[in-house]
Design a protein around this ligand. Structure first.
Ligand code: S3P
Ligand code: PEP
Length: 448
């Protein structure tokens, strides 16, 4: 596994058009879950299109240490021989989840209802992120947790011997919290019942059903109640991972900003609970069309065609945030090049991502000559309809999405934009630089 001791400086130069037909790396959320559910199922799960980013490789390594057989047959093609619900075994060493909030929080859910001792840690970014949002509700199953001050990793877990089912209303919109509680509930008798005040990505619900669990979802307006029948017999099930819409956000915004661009992104995951960015870009005037829409492995998939065109500022409502939570930094870049003001409302959750993404996104823009401000939990960006000045080396704070957003901005600015550290891009989008350069006649992203 790659370490992050090298800090390459990469700058994007003002670019010629982006053109081509491409596929995105596999969806990160679905990839983590495919490995975890595969490890909890009986039999052999075959996964195609698995994201081989560092975050997902951490999950693969953890599942192996916990007793599942996890094998890579070819790039993207993996096999997991699971241990059955409740069948994982005590790890001999500390579980290091690297930079990945999803890996750490979902794994905490699995470990809470396995009767053994484990310790989890992560890199400096993950060790700053809040874990009480999962450990507080998980403790109600009978597990015990010890954390560092403020509920931070490292985390020691004494899993419950006879876990109780959970009944909980998730106070923040978070698919990670919801999924951690469902994973815990797999090894508890009876019904685990989770209420979420706003719908978040539902890959766990869809995939649990695909592996044979009984999951029901009741919807009342924005509120969703998810019920899982505990101790199911999970059966191995093949998973075809669609392209990641959160990764597609970067070439899509780049194509919208650089005159003459046209891209076709094939086999892209288009789950409506992940598509808030595309909705917003269309409201801004973007030419985005979907072709070949189909269902694959229980998820909507299609080919997305994007063409360059002018954008205008819009207001992005707070209740859209869960469907585009990882896309705000690159939306802010699009807003910086639009004409007029874009107000992105209700971005509190961005403060607890790999970095404080609200502050860091505002800084990314202002250092490159864009007028932007934070008002409460909102981000306000004043686009002038002209290319921003650029010229800054952006601080990325171990955050892949900030690095990619800054490099996309650099494709549209008057002068190049640099990033202090491009190495974290590999956590979610290995091959990003080569893929982007491959779309442009003269490579625009290079080592500084
Ligand atoms: O469940 C998931 O796979 C994810 C949920 C989101 O986090 P939160 O649950 O913290 O919103 C998102 O930011 C993350 O990239 C992936
Ligand atoms: C927030 C993200 O991931 P995680 O929470 O898994 O670290 C992300 O990928 O933008």
């Amino acid at each position: 596994m790659q370490t992050h001791d090298i800090k390459p400086l990469i700058a994007a130069r003002p670019a010629s058009p982006l053109n081509g037909t491409l596929r995105m790396p596999g969806d990160k959320s679905i990839s983590h879950r495919a490995l975890m559910f595969g490890a909890l199922a009986v039999g052999e799960t075959r996964i195609s299109g698995l994201l081989e980013g560092e975050d997902v490789l951490r999950t693969a390594a953890a599942m192996r240490v916990l007793g599942a057989e996890v094998v890579q047959d070819a790039p993207g093609a993996w096999r997991v021989s699971g241990r059955g619900v409740g069948g994982l075994t005590e790890p001999a060493d500390v579980l290091d989840m690297g930079n990945s909030g999803t890996a750490a929080r979902l794994l905490a859910g699995i470990l809470a209802s396995h009767p053994f001792f484990s310790v989890m840690t992560g890199d400096a970014s993950l060790r700053r992120r809040p874990m009480r949002r999962v450990t507080d509700p998980l403790a109600m199953c009978g597990a015990r947790f010890l954390t560092r001050e403020g509920g931070r990793l490292p985390l020691a877990i004494e899993g419950a011997r006879d876990a109780l089912p959970l009944e909980y209303r998730v106070p923040v919109p978070s698919a990670q919290v919801k999924s951690a509680l469902l994973l815990c509930g797999l090894n508890a008798p009876g019904i685990t019942r989770i209420e979420e005040p706003e719908a978040t990505r539902d890959h766990s619900e869809n995939m649990l059903r695909h592996f044979g669990a009984a999951v029901t979802v009741e919807e009342a307006g924005r509120v969703r109640v998810i019920s899982l029948q505990g101790q199911p017999h999970l059966r191995a099930a093949d998973v075809a991972v669609p392209g990641d819409p959160s990764s597609a956000a970067f070439p899509v915004v780049a194509a919208l900003l650089v005159p003459g661009s046209r891209l076709r992104i094939e086999g892209l995951g288009l789950n409506p609970l992940r598509c808030g960015l595309f909705t917003t870009l269309r409201e801004m005037g973007a030419d985005l069309t979907v072709e070949n829409e189909r269902m694959e492995g229980g998820e909507p998939v299609g080919d997305l065609v994007v063409r360059h065109g002018p954008l205008r500022g819009v207001e992005v409502p707070w209740d859209r945030a869960p469907s585009m939570i990882d896309e705000y930094p690159v939306l802010a870049v699009a807003a910086a090049c639009a004409s007029g003001t874009t107000r992105m409302l209700g971005l509190k959750e961005l403060r607890v991502k790999e970095s404080d993404r609200l502050a860091a996104t505002a800084a990314l823009l202002t250092e490159n000559g864009v007028k932007a401000e934070i008002v409460g939990d909102d981000l306000v960006v004043h686009g002038s309809g002209k290319p921003p000045a650029g010229g800054a080396v952006v601080k990325t704070y171990m955050d892949h999405r900030l690095a990619m957003s800054a490099l996309v901005l650099g494709l549209a600015t008057e002068t190049p934009v640099g990033v202090d550290d491009a190495s974290f891009i590999d956590t979610s989008f290995p091959g990003f630089v080569a893929l982007m350069n491959g779309l442009i006649a003269a490579p625009a992203l290079r080592a500084a």
